[in-house]
Design a binder for this molecule. Structure first.
Ligand SMILES: Nc1ncnc2c1ncn2[C@@H]1O[C@H](COP(=O)(O)OP(=O)(O)OP(=O)(O)O)[C@@H](O)[C@H]1O
Ligand SMILES: [Mg+2]
Length: 276
């Protein structure tokens, strides 16, 4: 695979130098995130580190103030959530949006209802085929939830599975999940992690945000860490000790990875530690 400028790239997503402020709050400052094809990349960081803000920039829900986003090596401006979807990017956001009063099948098709007849405006909702497609989708994903069940009657874990399967309807290349296992029982989280594994088997590239480091280590290939809106580096092997992840989460980049503004690392300096 080659990038638009002829550079070979094994990254399906490259976000570089991303900055975003909300008034006085600097949510992201010069952050880089690279997602390899078909990997599960975890995005870790403490509360307020900027994780949701970063993925919203990729999902089209926010526009970064500066920085570059490449998809398949090509520089893009993601205008809106709809634009992101058109580019094969689907997202489940942290504040989970499923409609309790609708059935599982209706939730899966919410906002993209299929109609029959020659005129898509006057056409009638094709409930039968939507229900059938939803049933097939859940069966493919080995999700044992009744398509006719009201979502308000499902457990938190089952709702999460419905929310994730919704993102797979359009056969996306990239799926972003913001805290899909928070507030779930151990069993519920297990089912979500298994589903993430099956999505990876289907060739999808995945960004997973989670505070649960055991889940992160289990599901992810690599871990990108954010610290107070800044890049705290990438852990290439998710099988590391928890302490390695936690220390980046609470202290940022290790000293030997820090680079000064002029491009020299601190080791190049006179030897004195640089105080914050
Ligand atoms: N719409 C907004 N308006 C103002 N400030 C915001 C907005 N969204 C996020 N922020 C601020 O930006 C910073 C990063 O927030 P963000 O939600 O990205 O963090 P997070 O890493 O997802 O945290 P959490 O783990 O708690 O979900 C925080 O200081 C937050 O208060
Ligand atoms: Mg968040």
């Amino acid at each position: 695979m080659e990038s638009g400028d002829g550079r070979p790239t094994d990254h399906i997503v490259e976000m570089e130098g991303i900055s975003k402020r909300f008034g006085e709050v600097v949510a992201l400052e010069d952050v880089t995130l690279r997602l390899r094809r078909n990997e599960v990349l975890a995005l870790a960081g403490d509360n307020g580190a900027g994780k949701s803000t970063l993925i919203k920039c990729l999902a089209g829900a926010l526009r970064p103030d500066s920085g570059t986003i490449r998809i398949d090596g090509e520089v893009v401006t993601i205008e809106s959530p709809r634009d992101a979807k058109r580019r094969g990017i689907e997202t489940t956001f942290q504040d989970l949006a499923v409609a309790g009063n609708l059935t599982v099948a209706q939730n899966i098709f919410l906002g993209r209802e299929q109609v029959t007849g020659p005129d898509s405006i006057l056409g009638i909702l094709d409930k039968g085929s939507m229900r059938e497609r939803a049933r097939e989708l859940l069966e493919d994903l080995e999700i044992d939830v009744d398509v006719d069940a009201k979502v308000s009657n499902l457990s938190g874990g089952e709702r999460q599975l419905v929310a994730i399967s919704r993102t797979l309807l359009s056969e996306p290349k990239i799926v972003i999940m913001d805290e899909p296992t928070s507030a779930l029982s151990v069993e519920g989280a297990d089912r979500v992690l298994d589903l993430i594994g099956r999505m990876q088997d289907q060739g999808i590239s995945i960004i997973l945000i989670s505070h649960n480091l055991d889940y992160v280590r289990r599901a992810a290939d690599r871990i990108q860490v954010l610290y107070h809106g800044q890049d705290a580096g990438v852990i290439e092997d998710s099988d590391v000790d928890r302490e390695e992840i936690v220390s980046r989460m609470i202290a940022g980049l290790p000293e030997d990875e820090r680079v000064e503004e002029d491009g020299r690392s601190e080791e190049d300096e006179s030897g004195d530690a640089v105080s914050a």
